[in-house]
Design a protein around this ligand. Structure first.
Ligand code: NAP
Ligand code: ZN
Ligand code: ZN
Length: 352
């Protein structure tokens, strides 16, 4: 199926229209008309080759909301007309221990999971993401959406920003009686604040942008700390159970590990293209603190998060853009000027 899309042809070329071919649905496939696609900082890292392994042309986008147009003969969970989501993965081996545990993002291989775009570096072919009019996906990787029609654009970012913060919050037990910090209030961070608050944790947003403070409280934070202010940081020493760090740039991790209480954990989800300065070992050993990492989330936990958000009326705070404005959106993202996720209205693709 010929499908309109937007693609980067190189690390320096602006994204521009491209016609791509989508497969006709096989027996287990769901064909989806894409309505909205969120803009993740990972799209920018990939399009600009800030991480190794980008294949061009690169069609980013892994926060997809759409409507089913056609299903294969063996598809049981979806039917035409249904609203669905697709996140960061479109395939995995389904047989390894990780896949059996519903944590397909940690698939042992042989080619790891297949990303929705720029799929596994070892896969013979590229995959193309949600900056396009349609996509065909195996039903295992399609999510059911129960948010209302009016909330659809604001639901798209749950497919990456939502699950990437939900997964560590759940894994490390965010909830009543726990003090949780969220560092960097962009796309991921603003969802982290909303979800941590909804899970019942005492939630503190860390920002480098003092102008975001009122917004961060409105998102559900009990307190806001401007991380450049050492006195504000010092007040929270030795007090956090969990810190989820979403920052997309290298920075001093010790400023945050020293805020963890004994056995506290800081989970890194931000994935800067160059390394953080090495953390101070003494800061970790003296209070048995830990630094961990976490990658998106598995399909069962993504469905759990979507259902939780639908039940609690949680969506993302979005700014809708036409696809023609994607470069402007990337430029603003680099300046931490996102309130708090750009979402592409895919109807704008018809204008190309
Ligand atoms: P984003 O919307 O650009 O937000 C990042 C936020 O980090 C900014 O809004 C800013 O918040 C803060 N920040 C940026 N530069 C900073 C700096 N130099 N020092 C301190 N703080 C800074 O990005 P995003 O879409 O949330 O993605 C964040 C990172 O997570 C990216 O690296 C992305 O690739 C990665 N990611 C990882 C996973 C995973 O599975 N682990 C999944 C998705 C994305 P303040 O203005 O509040 O300081
Ligand atoms: Zn993402
Ligand atoms: Zn596997």
């Amino acid at each position: 199926m010929q499908t309109k899309a937007y693609a980067a042809q190189s690390a320096t070329a602006p994204l521009a229209p491209l016609a791509i071919d989508r497969r006709e649905p096989g027996p287990k496939d769901v064909a989806i008309e894409i309505l909205y696609c969120g803009v993740c900082h990972s799209d920018l890292h990939t399009a600009r080759s800030e991480w190794p392994g980008t294949k061009y042309p690169c069609v980013p986008g892994h926060e997809i909301i759409g409507k089913v147009t056609k299903v294969g003969s063996d598809v049981t969970r979806f039917k035409p007309g249904q609203l669905v989501g697709v996140g960061c993965m479109v395939d995995s081996c389904r047989t390894c221990a990780q896949c059996k545990d519903g944590l397909e993002q940690y698939c042992d291989g042989p080619i790891s999971f297949t990303g929705t775009y720029n799929g596994s570096m070892m896969a013979p072919e590229n995959t193309w993401g949600g900056y396009s009019a349609a996509i065909t996906v195996d039903e295992h990787f399609v999510l059911a959406i129960s948010h209302g029609e009016k909330d659809l654009a604001a639901t798209a970012p749950l497919l990456c920003a939502g699950i990437t913060t939900w997964s560590p919050l759940r894994r490390w037990g965010a909830g009543p009686g726990k003090k949780v910090g969220i560092v960097g209030i962009g796309g991921l961070g603003h969802m982290g604040v909303k979800l941590s608050h909804a899970l019942g944790a005492h939630t503190i947003g860390f920002t480098t942008s003092p102008g975001k403070a009122a917004d961060i409280k409105a998102l559900g934070a009990d307190e806001v700390v401007v991380s450049k202010d050492e006195a504000q940081m010092a007040k929270h020493a030795n007090s956090f159970d969990l810190i989820v760090n979403t920052v997309a740039a290298p920075h001093n991790l010790d400023a945050y590990t020293s805020l963890l209480k004994r056995d506290g954990v800081m989970v890194l989800v931000g994935a800067p293209s160059s390394p953080h300065p090495s953390p101070a070992v003494f800061n970790l050993v003296f209070k048995r603190r830990a630094i961990a990492g976490s990658l998106i989330g598995g399909i069962p936990e993504t469905q759990e998060m979507l259902d939780f958000c639908a039940k609690h009326g949680i969506t993302s705070d979005v700014e809708m853009i036409p696809i023609q404005d994607i470069e402007k959106a990337y430029a603003r993202m680099l300046k931490s000027d996102v309130k708090y996720r750009f979402v592409i209205n895919m109807a704008s693709l018809k204008d190309n």
